[in-house]
Design a protein around this ligand. Structure first.
Ligand code: MN
Length: 437
C-alpha cells in the first residue's frame, strides 16, 4: 500500500484537539465506529477526529461524501463499507482527510458544513462497529505459544505443527462486546490436579489476553480461496481485542478439541476500527525465520507479505483494581509488547483460513492470539506474566494478583509511531470484572 497525502505528517486538522502530539485520532488516522447519542438516538457511523466524531450519516445527507461510499456511510454498521472494497475505502478516506484538514478545508462555507457534522466523543455511546458474523482466534505469537507450552509440556513446548500452520480455533461471535461492557466472572467445570473429580463453580483463574483483531473486507465465496497476495485488498482494519480466558476451565476442557467455554463467555473489542490504509506507514517485515528453519508452504508465502506483512504497533495492558479506583490511583501498566514480534502475519492468517474454501464475509473478525514478546514485561496475559500464578504481579499499592479479581478493570491500548510519520492510536479496550452470578 502506497503512502499518499492522507499520511502526510505535516498536515493538521481544523479540529484542534486532533493536533495534540499524543492524540490517538489525528487527521492521519480517521478510524471508523458506530455510535448513538442518548438512549433513543439512532445508530450512525462516524470517524474519530481528536475528541470529536465526524458523523458520516450526517455528512452523507449533506452530500459531502464520495458517491461510491455514501450509501454505506448511512448504515448502522460498517459491514456494507467493508464489503465495498479498497478503492471505495481509499476514496472515502481521501475525502474525509480533505474535509477535516486545516489546509484543504479553510474557514468558510465548506468548513461550516463539515462542522455541523461534529459530535463530541464524550456525548456518544459507542456500539459494536460491525455485525460480526463469525469470529476466529489464532495463536500467532511464537513467544506466547512457547511460554504457555513450556508450562504445560516442559519437554515439548512447541508442537510440531506450529511452524507450518497458523493455529486457530473458531470463537463465538455472539458474546463479543464493546469496550466498557462489564464482564461477569463465568462458572464452569474445574478440576484441580490433585482432585479426583471436577466441580462446578466460579473460575478462580480469570485472565485477559492482549490481542489485535482484523475485520475482513469483501471476503470470498464458499469454495473459493483468498491468495495471500490478495490479503491487502481483503483486510479492512484492526481493533484491540481482549480474549478473556478462564484458565482453570480451559486446562480441563481444552483437549482434544480446543478452547470452548473457557473463552466464549465474553470477548471485548475497542470501538474504533483503524484501517490498514492508516497503518500503511507502520508496516514491518514479517517474522524473520532463522535460515535453518523450515519455510512455510507456498500458499503462505508472498514477497510483499514477507517484506511488509507485519505491523510496528505497540500494545499495552493496564490494570485498575477496585482498591486503586477508591484511592483514585491511575491504572498500572503491566506490560507493553509490539505486534512486529508475531510469527504469522494477519495476511497469512486470512489466507490460511480461506485455504480450504471456507467463506469469509464482510465483518468477520480474525483475532491474532495473545501478543507476547521475549521479556517478562511484554507478556500479554497473566498466565504468562505470573507464570501460572507462581510469580504474582505486584502492584504499586501493595496488592498482588495471580489472576483477575472481581472489580478489576483491564485496559488495553495500542499505538503506532515512527520517525517521519504522525503517531496514531487505536484508542482503548476496557472491561471490568463483575462477581459470578
Ligand atoms: Mn486468544
Amino acid at each position: 500500500m502506497t503512502l499518499n497525502t492522507t499520511h502526510d505528517a505535516a498536515r493538521r486538522s481544523w479540529v484542534e484537539s486532533a493536533n495534540l502530539p499524543d492524540a490517538d485520532f489525528p487527521l492521519q488516522n480517521l478510524p471508523y465506529g458506530a455510535f448513538k447519542v442518548g438512549d433513543n438516538g439512532t445508530v450512525h457511523l462516524g470517524t474519530a477526529i481528536g475528541d470529536q466524531i465526524f458523523d458520516l450519516n450526517a455528512a452523507a445527507q449533506r452530500g459531502l461524501l464520495p458517491e461510491s461510499a455514501a450509501d454505506a456511510c448511512r448504515q448502522p454498521t460498517l459491514n456494507p463499507l467493508m464489503a465495498a472494497g479498497s478503492p471505495v475505502w481509499s476514496a472515502l478516506r481521501s475525502r474525509l482527510s480533505e474535509l477535516l484538514g486545516a489546509d484543504t478545508c479553510p474557514a468558510g462555507d465548506a468548513r461550516t458544513n463539515a462542522e455541523a457534522c461534529l459530535v463530541p466523543l464524550r456525548d456518544a455511546t459507542m456500539l459494536l462497529p460491525a455485525h460480526i458474523g463469525d469470529y476466529t482466534d489464532f495463536y500467532a505469537s511464537i513467544h506466547h505459544a512457547t511460554n504457555v507450552g513450556s508450562m504445560f509440556r516442559p519437554d515439548n513446548p512447541l508442537l510440531p505443527n506450529y511452524k507450518w500452520i497458523p493455529i486457530g480455533y473458531h470463537g463465538r461471535a455472539s458474546s463479543i462486546v464493546i469496550s466498557g461492557t462489564s464482564v461477569r466472572r463465568p462458572r464452569g467445570q474445574i478440576k484441580p490436579a490433585e482432585a479426583h473429580e471436577p466441580s462446578f463453580g466460579p473460575t478462580k483463574n480469570l485472565d485477559y489476553e492482549l490481542e489485535l483483531a482484523a475485520f475482513v473486507g469483501p471476503g470470498n465465496q464458499l469454495g473459493d480461496r483468498i491468495p495471500l497476495a490478495a490479503a491487502p485488498a481483503q483486510l479492512f482494519g484492526v481493533v484491540l481485542l481482549n480474549d478473556w480466558s478462564a484458565r482453570d476451565m480451559q486446562a480441563w476442557e481444552y483437549q482434544p478439541l480446543g478452547p470452548f467455554l473457557a473463552k466464549n463467555f465474553a470477548s471485548t473489542i475497542s470501538p474504533w476500527v483503524v484501517t490498514f490504509e492508516a497503518l500503511a506507514p507502520f508496516r514491518a517485515p514479517a517474522f524473520v525465520r532463522p535460515p535453518a528453519e523450515t519455510t512455510p508452504l507456498p500458499y503462505l508465502v508472498d514477497a510483499n507479505d514477507t517484506a511488509q506483512g507485519g505491523l510496528d504497533l505497540v500494545l499495552e495492558v493496564s490494570l485498575l483494581t477496585a482498591k486503586m479506583r477508591l484511592e483514585r490511583q491511575a491504572p498500572h501498566r503491566i506490560s507493553r509488547g509490539n505486534f512486529n514480534t508475531m510469527y504469522w502475519t494477519l495476511g497469512q492468517m486470512l489466507a490460511h483460513h480461506a485455504s480450504n474454501g471456507c467463506n469469509l464475509s464482510p465483518g468477520d473478525l480474525i483475532g491474532s492470539g495473545t501478543v507476547s514478546g521475549t521479556s517478562r514485561d511484554s507478556r500479554g496475559c497473566l498466565l504468562e506474566y505470573t507464570w501460572r500464578g507462581t510469580d504474582p504481579l505486584r502492584l504499586p499499592n501493595g496488592e498482588e494478583r495471580k489472576f483477575l479479581a472481581d472489580g478489576d478493570e483491564v485496559i488495553l491500548r495500542g499505538y503506532a509511531e515512527r520517525p517521519g510519520a504522525r503517531r496514531i492510536g487505536l484508542g482503548e479496550c476496557r472491561g471490568t470484572i463483575l462477581p459470578a452470578a
